[in-house]
Ligand binder design. Structure first.
Ligand SMILES: C[S@@+](CC[C@H](N)C(=O)[O-])C[C@H]1O[C@@H](n2cnc3c(N)ncnc32)[C@H](O)[C@@H]1O
Ligand SMILES: [Zn+2]
Length: 272
């Protein structure tokens, strides 16, 4: 963990500021330590170079099972794995897809960007290419195994990057922190989408671009043979873009359908 990340990180319980206790440091990186909330007194460990800001401490059953799933499959996006998942091979995240996410965020040099459900960090180098060394990346994931890989991926990049083990429904960041927020392939698994979307708006700056994507068939696709087959085999494709769960303070909402209209992309801005 970088010492200056304390300026952005907040207690996921009460949003209070942290005090930092460093136990082991390697160069600029804090490898072990404790973050203590100065408001509610909750303590969170820093281990293996990243903070564990998971909240609530006892995760609900479905979030726990997602954590286990990705802890065991942190390389979910490697081609052979994707092919084993069948339909997900359509949505294989190649370089061109990852560049598109960076483009959709409409970011510029020096921007601060958060990826929620950052996984093993496949999108981060492309975001770093745009925002450069004056930019700032934060990433959060429920899987600590994914976070370790993402951290290694970004270790030798010049863009300051902070990756934390955390829960999308209790974001450990200050209000109005980020110029852009990305969430690719995670939200269908969030146990409380409405809360997660409120949290996203809280940590976004006014006017920030927010891009969210996940599985879900376009209405016309549902009626086709392929659509009916997909729905019969995989319940996850019943999901729809969670427009009804969005907070009021959003504008410029747009829904796109991608990967043969089997995934949706929801883009909007936090109202300025
Ligand atoms: C399909 S992967 C995509 C990862 C990454 N965005 C990418 O494009 O490669 C979805 C990720 O969302 C994470 N995730 C699911 N539920 C989460 C939650 N409640 N909080 C944080 N991350 C979560 C998973 O651990 C997983 O790494
Ligand atoms: Zn607190």
């Amino acid at each position: 963990m970088r010492e200056d990340s304390i300026n952005f990180l907040r207690c996921p319980n009460c949003k209070g500021q942290f005090g930092l206790n460093i136990n082991k440091q390697t160069g600029d990186e804090i490898m072990q330590g404790i973050l203590k909330c100065q408001a509610c007194g909750e303590c969170f460990d820093i281990k293996d170079g990243h903070a564990n800001l998971i909240f609530p401490r006892d995760l609900d059953k479905s979030t726990l099972s997602i954590e286990n799933f990705y802890d065991q499959r942190p390389l979910y996006d490697y081609r052979p794995t994707a092919f084993r998942f069948g339909i997900w091979s359509i949505a294989f995240q190649g370089t061109s897809d990852r560049i598109k996410w960076a483009n959709r965020l409409a970011i510029h040099e020096g921007a601060s960007v958060l990826e929620i459900g950052v996984g093993n960090g496949g999108n981060l180098p492309f975001i770093a290419d745009v925002i450069g060394e004056k930019g700032l990346i934060h990433g959060l994931d429920i899987s600590s195994v994914c976070i370790k890989i993402a951290r290694e991926r970004m270790m030798h990049r010049n863009t300051p990057t902070e990756l934390v083990h955390g829960n999308a429904t209790y974001l450990p960041y200050k209000d109005d922190a980020f110029d852009a927020i990305l969430c690719v392939g995670g939200i269908n698994d969030f146990s409380d989408k409405k809360r997660a979307l409120q949290e996203i708006n809280r940590v976004a700056k006014a006017g920030a671009k927010i891009v969210i994507e996940d599985e879900g068939l376009a209405p016309d696709r549902e009626k086709t043979l392929l659509g009916k087959y997909i729905l019969m085999c995989m319940k996850v494709f019943e999901n729809k873009p969670p427009v009804m769960d969005l907070p009021e303070a959003v504008e410029d909402l747009k829904i796109d359908w991608i990967y043969q209209r089997t995934f949706w992309v929801m883009e909007y801005r936090k109202r300025a």
